[in-house]
Design a protein around this ligand. Sequence first.
Ligand SMILES: [Mg+2]
Length: 166
Amino acid sequence: MAEDRKMTELEVTARRWLNERGVTIDDLAELVMFLQKKYHPALTLDECKYNIERVLRKREVQNAILTGIQLDKLAEQGKLEEPLQTIIGTDESLYGVDEILAFSIVNVYGSIGFTNYGYIDKQKPGILEKLNDHSNDMVNTFLDDIVGAIAAAASSRLAHSAKGEE
Ligand SMILES: [Mg+2]
Protein backbone atom coordinates (compact mmCIF):
# COMPACT_ATOMS: atom_id res chain seq x y z
CA MET A 1 0.00 0.00 0.00
CA ALA A 2 1.18 3.49 -0.78
CA GLU A 3 -0.18 4.64 2.55
CA ASP A 4 2.45 5.72 5.08
CA ARG A 5 1.77 3.66 8.16
CA LYS A 6 4.02 1.95 10.66
CA MET A 7 3.29 -1.76 10.85
CA THR A 8 3.94 -3.75 13.99
CA GLU A 9 6.37 -6.65 13.88
CA LEU A 10 3.35 -8.92 14.28
CA GLU A 11 1.70 -7.53 11.15
CA VAL A 12 4.90 -7.55 9.09
CA THR A 13 5.52 -11.18 10.02
CA ALA A 14 1.94 -12.28 9.39
CA ARG A 15 2.00 -10.71 5.91
CA ARG A 16 5.41 -12.19 5.12
CA TRP A 17 4.37 -15.69 6.20
CA LEU A 18 1.22 -15.56 4.08
CA ASN A 19 3.39 -14.61 1.13
CA GLU A 20 5.98 -17.30 1.83
CA ARG A 21 3.16 -19.87 1.93
CA GLY A 22 2.06 -18.75 -1.55
CA VAL A 23 -0.87 -16.51 -0.65
CA THR A 24 -0.87 -12.99 -2.13
CA ILE A 25 -3.15 -10.00 -1.51
CA ASP A 26 -4.44 -10.52 -5.07
CA ASP A 27 -5.39 -14.13 -4.29
CA LEU A 28 -7.31 -12.95 -1.24
CA ALA A 29 -8.95 -10.08 -3.16
CA GLU A 30 -10.14 -12.52 -5.83
CA LEU A 31 -11.89 -14.59 -3.17
CA VAL A 32 -13.68 -11.45 -1.94
CA MET A 33 -14.71 -10.75 -5.53
CA PHE A 34 -16.03 -14.32 -5.81
CA LEU A 35 -18.14 -13.83 -2.67
CA GLN A 36 -19.42 -10.31 -3.33
CA LYS A 37 -19.75 -9.92 -7.11
CA LYS A 38 -23.39 -10.94 -7.16
CA TYR A 39 -24.35 -8.36 -4.51
CA HIS A 40 -22.15 -5.56 -5.86
CA PRO A 41 -21.92 -5.88 -9.67
CA ALA A 42 -19.72 -2.76 -9.92
CA LEU A 43 -17.22 -4.05 -7.36
CA THR A 44 -13.57 -3.61 -8.36
CA LEU A 45 -10.56 -5.70 -7.41
CA ASP A 46 -9.06 -2.58 -5.79
CA GLU A 47 -12.00 -2.31 -3.40
CA CYS A 48 -11.57 -5.99 -2.56
CA LYS A 49 -7.86 -5.42 -1.91
CA TYR A 50 -8.63 -2.43 0.27
CA ASN A 51 -10.91 -4.50 2.47
CA ILE A 52 -8.34 -7.33 2.70
CA GLU A 53 -5.74 -4.76 3.79
CA ARG A 54 -8.03 -3.52 6.55
CA VAL A 55 -8.67 -7.05 7.81
CA LEU A 56 -4.93 -7.75 7.90
CA ARG A 57 -4.46 -4.82 10.30
CA LYS A 58 -6.40 -6.54 13.04
CA ARG A 59 -4.35 -8.08 15.79
CA GLU A 60 -6.64 -11.10 16.24
CA VAL A 61 -6.25 -11.82 12.52
CA GLN A 62 -2.46 -11.56 12.70
CA ASN A 63 -2.40 -13.85 15.73
CA ALA A 64 -4.48 -16.48 13.95
CA ILE A 65 -2.27 -16.30 10.83
CA LEU A 66 0.94 -16.79 12.82
CA THR A 67 -0.42 -19.57 15.00
CA GLY A 68 -1.93 -21.53 12.12
CA ILE A 69 0.98 -21.19 9.72
CA GLN A 70 3.44 -22.10 12.48
CA LEU A 71 1.60 -25.38 13.09
CA ASP A 72 1.45 -26.10 9.34
CA LYS A 73 5.20 -25.51 9.02
CA LEU A 74 6.10 -27.67 12.00
CA ALA A 75 3.87 -30.46 10.68
CA GLU A 76 5.52 -30.17 7.27
CA GLN A 77 8.93 -30.57 8.94
CA GLY A 78 7.69 -33.53 10.99
CA LYS A 79 8.41 -31.66 14.21
CA LEU A 80 5.13 -32.12 16.06
CA GLU A 81 4.62 -34.89 18.60
CA GLU A 82 2.23 -37.76 17.93
CA PRO A 83 -0.66 -38.05 17.60
CA LEU A 84 -0.80 -34.38 16.54
CA GLN A 85 1.87 -34.85 13.86
CA THR A 86 -0.28 -37.34 11.96
CA ILE A 87 -3.53 -35.45 12.55
CA ILE A 88 -2.25 -32.12 11.21
CA GLY A 89 0.19 -33.67 8.73
CA THR A 90 -2.61 -35.60 7.00
CA ASP A 91 -5.31 -32.92 7.48
CA GLU A 92 -7.60 -35.34 9.30
CA SER A 93 -11.18 -34.31 8.69
CA LEU A 94 -12.40 -34.80 12.26
CA TYR A 95 -9.73 -32.53 13.76
CA GLY A 96 -11.64 -29.22 13.44
CA VAL A 97 -9.28 -26.98 15.44
CA ASP A 98 -8.14 -25.38 12.17
CA GLU A 99 -11.71 -24.18 11.61
CA ILE A 100 -12.09 -23.02 15.21
CA LEU A 101 -8.93 -20.93 14.89
CA ALA A 102 -10.24 -19.42 11.65
CA PHE A 103 -13.46 -18.41 13.44
CA SER A 104 -11.45 -15.85 15.41
CA ILE A 105 -10.88 -14.13 12.05
CA VAL A 106 -14.44 -14.55 10.76
CA ASN A 107 -15.76 -13.08 14.02
CA VAL A 108 -14.02 -9.75 13.57
CA TYR A 109 -16.86 -8.21 11.53
CA GLY A 110 -19.81 -10.04 13.04
CA SER A 111 -21.95 -12.98 12.11
CA ILE A 112 -22.53 -12.52 8.33
CA GLY A 113 -18.94 -13.65 8.05
CA PHE A 114 -19.94 -17.19 8.98
CA THR A 115 -22.25 -17.59 6.00
CA ASN A 116 -19.50 -16.37 3.66
CA TYR A 117 -16.98 -18.63 5.32
CA GLY A 118 -19.18 -21.73 5.05
CA TYR A 119 -19.89 -21.01 1.39
CA ILE A 120 -16.32 -20.38 0.30
CA ASP A 121 -15.12 -23.40 2.24
CA LYS A 122 -17.51 -25.59 0.22
CA GLN A 123 -16.82 -23.99 -3.18
CA LYS A 124 -13.03 -23.70 -2.77
CA PRO A 125 -12.43 -21.21 -5.60
CA GLY A 126 -9.03 -19.88 -6.73
CA ILE A 127 -6.20 -20.12 -4.22
CA LEU A 128 -8.31 -22.36 -1.95
CA GLU A 129 -8.30 -25.11 -4.55
CA LYS A 130 -4.49 -24.92 -4.71
CA LEU A 131 -4.15 -25.00 -0.92
CA ASN A 132 -6.32 -28.09 -0.77
CA ASP A 133 -4.22 -30.00 -3.25
CA HIS A 134 -2.82 -32.80 -1.10
CA SER A 135 -0.63 -34.19 -3.89
CA ASN A 136 2.52 -32.34 -2.76
CA ASP A 137 4.48 -32.30 0.51
CA MET A 138 3.05 -29.02 1.75
CA VAL A 139 0.83 -28.98 4.81
CA ASN A 140 -1.89 -26.33 4.61
CA THR A 141 -4.24 -27.75 7.21
CA PHE A 142 -4.60 -24.40 8.98
CA LEU A 143 -3.82 -22.09 6.08
CA ASP A 144 -6.81 -23.00 3.90
CA ASP A 145 -9.22 -22.10 6.70
CA ILE A 146 -7.31 -18.91 7.52
CA VAL A 147 -7.41 -17.78 3.89
CA GLY A 148 -11.14 -18.51 3.59
CA ALA A 149 -11.74 -16.67 6.85
CA ILE A 150 -9.78 -13.57 5.79
CA ALA A 151 -11.85 -13.41 2.58
CA ALA A 152 -15.09 -13.92 4.52
CA ALA A 153 -14.19 -11.20 7.02
CA ALA A 154 -13.24 -8.77 4.22
CA SER A 155 -16.57 -9.53 2.52
CA SER A 156 -18.45 -8.74 5.72
CA ARG A 157 -16.51 -5.53 6.08
CA LEU A 158 -17.39 -4.61 2.52
CA ALA A 159 -21.07 -5.41 3.12
CA HIS A 160 -21.12 -3.25 6.28
CA SER A 161 -19.36 -0.32 4.63
CA ALA A 162 -21.71 -0.51 1.62
CA LYS A 163 -24.49 0.12 4.13
CA GLY A 164 -22.61 3.12 5.51
CA GLU A 165 -21.40 1.38 8.67
CA GLU A 166 -17.75 1.35 9.56
MG1 LIG B 1 -8.19 -27.00 7.14
